[in-house]
Ligand binder design. Sequence first.
Ligand code: DC
Length: 228
Amino acid sequence: MSKKNIITIDGPSGVGKSTVSRKVAAATGFTYLDTGAMYRAVGLYLKRYGVDLDSKEDIASAMNTLDLLLIPAVNDQSDVGVFINGEDVSNTIRTPEMAMIASHVSAVPLVREILTEIQRGYGGKGKIVAEGRDIGTVVFPDALHKFFLDATPEERARRRVEQLQKNGVVANLQQILKQTLERDKNDRNRAVAPLRQAEDALLIDTTEITLEAVVLRILGEIVPKDGQ
Ligand code: DC
């Protein structure tokens, strides 16, 4: 299998994937693909229309009318632009509530099937940094550079609160820790494409190192492989 020039960064919520991915994308010139944003946008859309998540037909017809657009971030400080049917939902999807909804919606096989196809479309030409839960295992098993970030739930909750506060969202540490543990459970135990480390991914425990150090570690791994 010839490998694609794609960097995959998987791991549980709050581990720092977005920050790290954006910086790796900026350093390599690759395009950053935030697949979590796609699940959040679909979660918002299905919730708005009161779609029954147990009905394959209802989901299929709702997904048929969804026009999902991602605009790459302009620099390593900004988020991707997310639009559903022309409406800018980039900020609306960044709340703890939307994260929980995304975690539920992402267990629906049809939703995963559709989003996986869209993600593969973005990665067709390579040169992307894609972050999520199943990128190295399912979406791009043929990626050249795979990483799996991990950290304790307590540290991830602490980082999440910090990030939310930076975005002006009021957050309670105990509540975020509870949600972090619940999302971990959902994401690791679902039947389709659960969160797990690809066998050929490099594990980086970020609990006690800065995200800048993680970025340097990743860039250090990428350069020698590219020169092969
Ligand atoms: O990375 P995030 O917090 O924005 O992701 C929101 C939810 O979407 C997360 O709880 C699980 C789901 N997700 C997924 O199942 N697969 C992905 N590739 C990305 C996100």
